[in-house]
Design a protein around this ligand. Structure first.
Ligand code: COA
Length: 163
């Protein structure tokens, strides 16, 4: 078995992808291509043997305010203007491949990309939107922290990423 990362294109067969969260399946099948074409999100797929999509994630640039961050983090940041960050908006693994370390591989690939890009286009943190409490636990395992007033939105400062 061979795994490769690619940017989503028309050639990728998305029909069979199912991760257990209909919204994330719908996105990959119906919206992701358009987001790529409009340059709204980068959609990266993980392929098994060059054909089956076993997982995907999306990255885009975003911003947060210091007020959204915990006080001990916010106090070192400007209070009056938004702080640049990278948004890991979606991450999903096909149900037939869950529990095999694929989610971790996708997350680390996304974080590495965010960290590399931050050297050219500054970003303070990576933000993730967990779809539910289960997904939130997955991110917390990798040291993501809750944003203020948004229990399913988490962050990790880029400087915490050891790559
Ligand atoms: C959440 C999800 C991405 C995890 O992917 P996965 O491939 O099953 O996870 P992995 O096998 O890589 O697990 C890596 C580690 O995280 C842990 N883990 C996985 N899912 C977890 C969860 N929901 N809660 C807590 N820990 C979790 C695993 O036990 C494993 O820990 P270990 O290394 O100590 O054994 C996957 O279940 C999924 O796609 N779910 C539906 C979509 C979703 O919720 N996406 C995330 C939010 S947008």
């Amino acid at each position: 078995m061979q795994f490769t990362f690619e940017k989503l294109t028309k050639e990728h067969d998305r029909a069979g992808f199912e991760c257990g969260v209909p919204e994330l399946d719908f996105y990959l099948k119906n919206q992701a291509g358009q987001d790529m074409r409009r340059n709204l999100s980068s959609v990266i797929v993980l392929l098994e043997d060059d054909k089956t999509i076993v997982g995907y994630y999306t990255l885009s640039q975003n911003a947060i305010t210091a007020q959204e961050l915990p006080e001990n983090v916010a106090k070192k940041l400007p209070a009056q203007r938004p702080v640049s960050c990278t948004l890991l908006g979606r991450l999903a693994v096909d149900v037939h491949h869950q529990g095999q370390g694929i989610g971790r591989i996708l997350l680390f690939h996304a974080l590495r990309k965010a960290a590399v890009i931050s050297k050219e286009i500054a970003a303070f943190a990576v933000i993730v939107d967990a779809k539910d409490l289960q997904a939130k636990k997955f991110y917390e395992k990798y040291n993501f922290l809750e944003l203020q007033h948004e229990p399913l939105r988490l962050f990790i400062p880029i400087r915490m990423l050891k790559l």
